[in-house]
Design a protein around this ligand. Structure first.
Ligand SMILES: Cc1cc2nc3c(=O)[nH]c(=O)nc-3n(C[C@H](O)[C@H](O)[C@H](O)COP(=O)(O)OP(=O)(O)OC[C@H]3O[C@@H](n4cnc5c(N)ncnc54)[C@H](O)[C@@H]3O)c2cc1C
Length: 465
């Protein structure tokens, strides 16, 4: 690997300020939000055009230098992590909004646009980009597409895949593919762009995208409901699907989450006299006319399955309800040594699955506190375990590795997924077989070899070749 030769050739078309070599800077760009890996990239490059991306990829093929595509590095799977002297290729300087098309409606932009900027641009045109999550201020469009990001409104809008009309991509071979038509109908063979969405930077580098927009949800109501068990939560879900036409989100969290958020942020549980072990449901829905009590038929239908129902159409109160759900991740992270899993299960098995997790933790992980929350309307649950900082770090790692194996065994049993939203990256790579069959993995490897025959792009992510 002639790194010096590679750098010299890079310098022939990149300016000095497009190449970072200072150790501290490179280490900073070598990590995403995972804390499990030793950062060790060799340098960071900042292309400003598709042509520069292509030249970098061609050069990397010539010198056999591995590349790590990098967005906002908010990922939770180690997909954007560089541990092996890779060159990090950051799309952050390719951040132009290129076009608004009111007829689709859609926005075409470069891959380095920050998610929030795209949302704001859509709003300026009185439209809405509906894929939204807490990292929207720092994640980039290319990273969102490469991870097929989800968020809290998947139940209504689906994940990012549904909103990509087209992409431009530089493959691992260095070819530029324009898979970015604005066509609504195009049945002309395989839809190759779908392969790149969710491929975690292993097949190609996304350089541009055309993203569809929709109408801004106008009037909404938010319900906060307490239920005595998870089976009642599922009854509420069924009833909501009967009675509420436009559910924007259906989120759940257990009483451990509520207690922790209240104590960390000096908030008061809005329900009085709740029993100690309950579930909370947060539903946001669109309303189209001014009813005094929105969706009264829904409220009546869950009378037997809920302890109490609160609702509001007032912005500040709705925001207050959302805080109980949105602040959970951060509250857990502030409270000790924590371990996260983001998994999904067919919704009909969720009740039994949750009983199994609780049994497992009660029997074998007595010095851990379990926090269950997530996007229940999509079968997506975050399983978080928390223990004290006093626990020895190596013991913690060993126990959490054992826990994961037991958890993934259960997920396999219920035909679920070990990664609902965050991807496989490096973190979940050893466990891919719990969700994908050997044949599927072989097909994935064959596809990788077609687009990236020299294994230049994100080698060692998702699977090893
Ligand atoms: C507080 C918080 C909340 C979050 N909530 C959610 C959530 O609700 N739902 C959800 O799905 N995710 C969530 N995430 C995870 C993360 O924000 C998303 O996955 C996000 O879309 C990643 O974008 P990024 O630009 O940060 O990508 P990065 O982390 O930089 O990269 C992610 C992967 O994409 C690849 N990649 C990056 N850019 C490109 C490109 N241009 N071309 C090809 N490959 C590329 C990388 O190599 C890596 O494999 C959350 C993260 C945080 C920190």
């Amino acid at each position: 690997m002639d790194f010096e030769g590679f750098l010299k050739d890079l310098s022939s078309f990149l300016d000095k300020n497009q190449i970072l070599l200072e150790k501290e800077d490179v280490l900073f760009y070598s990590l995403d939000r995972t804390k499990d890996f030793e950062p060790n990239g060799s340098c960071v490059v900042f292309p400003k055009s598709t042509e520069e991306v292509q030249k970098i990829v061609l050069l990397a093929n010539q010198y056999k230098i591995p590349l790590v595509p990098s967005g906002g590095r908010t990922g939770y799977s180690g997909g954007a992590v560089a541990t092996n002297q890779e060159v990090i290729i950051s799309l952050s300087k390719m951040n132009r909004i290129l076009e608004f098309d009111a007829t689709l409606p859609a926005i075409t932009c470069e891959a380095g646009v920050i998610t929030k900027h795209l949302q704001e641009k859509a709003k300026e045109h009185h439209f809405y980009f509906p894929v939204d999550f807490a990292s929207s201020y720092s994640s980039l469009i290319g990273g969102n597409i490469a991870t097929n990001a989800g968020g809290i409104r998947v139940i209504r809008y689906g994940s990012l895949r549904n909103w990509v009309s087209g992409i431009e991509v530089v493959t691992g071979k260095g070819e530029v593919l324009n898979l970015w038509g604005k066509l609504i109908k195009n049945n002309t063979g395989y839809d190759l762009k779908q392969l790149f969405i969710g491929s975690e930077g292993t097949l190609g580098i996304i350089t541009k995208a055309t993203l569809l927009l929709t109408q801004i949800p106008k009037n909404t109501v938010v319900f906060l409901i307490s239920c005595k068990n998870f089976s009642d939560v599922l009854e509420c879900l069924k009833e909501s699907k009967h009675h509420i036409k436009e559910i924007l989100c259906f989120e759940v969290f257990d009483s451990s989450c509520m207690e922790l958020v209240c104590s960390k942020h000096q908030l008061k549980n809005p329900f009085s006299n709740v029993p100690s072990d309950v579930w909370y449901v947060l539903i946001e829905a669109e309303i189209h006319q001014d009813e005094e009590i929105p969706y009264m038929d829904f409220i009546n239908s869950i009378a037997d399955f809920s302890i109490d129902v609160l609702y509001s159409t007032t912005e500040s109160i709705k925001k207050g309800f959302f805080r109980f759900r949105e602040d959970i991740s951060e509250a857990v992270a502030m409270s000790g040594r924590f371990h996260k899993n983001d998994i999904s299960i067919p919704i009909s098995y969720m009740d039994q699955f949750i009983k199994n997790i609780k049994e497992l933790v009660n029997q074998h992980y007595k010095d851990y506190q379990l926090f269950l929350f997530g996007h229940a309307g999509d079968g997506n649950i975050h399983v978080n375990l928390l223990t004290s900082y006093e626990k020895d770090i190596n013991q913690f790692k060993k126990e959490m590795q054992e826990f994961d194996l037991q958890l993934y065994g259960m997920i396999k049993h219920y035909n679920g997924s070990i990664s609902a939203e965050h991807g496989i990256g490096l973190l979940k790579k050893p466990y891919l077989l719990y969700t994908r069959s050997p044949q599927e993995i072989e097909y994935m490897k064959s596809i990788k070899k077609i687009f990236d025959p020299n294994n230049i792009l994100n080698p060692g992510k998702i699977f090893d070749l």
